[in-house]
Design a protein around this ligand. Sequence first.
Ligand SMILES: Cc1cc2nc3c(=O)[nH]c(=O)nc-3n(C[C@H](O)[C@H](O)[C@H](O)COP(=O)(O)O)c2cc1C
Length: 251
Amino acid sequence: MEMSYGPTIEGLMNHRSIRKFTDQLVTEEHRSAILAAGQQASSSSNMQAFSVIRITDRQLREELMAITGNQSYVLESPEFWVWCADLYRYTMAAGQGSGSERLEEANAEWYTIGAVDTALAAQNAAAAAESLGLGIVYIGGIRNDIRRVGELLKLPQLVAPLFGMCIGYPDQDPVVRPRLSPEAVMHENEYSSSAYASLIAEYDDRHRSYMRERSGGKLETSWSEQMAAKHSQSGRQIGGYLKQQGFRLDD
Ligand SMILES: Cc1cc2nc3c(=O)[nH]c(=O)nc-3n(C[C@H](O)[C@H](O)[C@H](O)COP(=O)(O)O)c2cc1C
């Protein structure tokens, strides 16, 4: 994208995850602005089905870091926030009107509402943080042991941790990671995969160049190679925990 369309798009196009932070703290004012921007995201029926848990306790940070496979920035970032899908607050509010909290209705749709609301709020917050000169990285690694995270954070029924977010001032300046070409993700009227082979090959080339630049010539991994490595790992299993939290995903 060559043209400039103003600071919002420019900011979004300059996103890159930051995994090394300076010691500079994020002011309370900035924290409030970031949270408020997150809260202002669209929300399914205004249910605002998310909660954020700010982790300030060092020992808790250490335990969470261990769960993420020792990603050091979970401990070292000035701010670490855990974003949770939260249908609990909604049922409390709803229960006051009807006298019934109807927890048994928490099905896959409820979980989807929570996951979508949480992601929208988090990404609004991320963009807001970046606009203030901060950097962020999402941490899905907390789902390595989602049950333990739920225990540590004392999450009630109908609340599930989805991802963490490190926030702070960047102490690195990584190059922006290229994305698939727009044609690979935009379809017209119906889904079409006919151009995927060539679009993936084209992206693999750009990704190799990006990796070469990022690693100072040491790495040349293509996107396909990275996806193959990802695909060969056994994925996390969180269905049992979500069920324990009251979400019935088979309905
Ligand atoms: C939900 C989610 C979870 C993620 N989890 C991790 C993580 O645990 N550790 C990490 O270093 N990066 C994590 N990332 C960052 C992605 O690896 C990164 O966004 C992606 O490679 C694209 O790179 P970019 O953000 O620099 O453009 C996560 C991103 C998302 C959206």
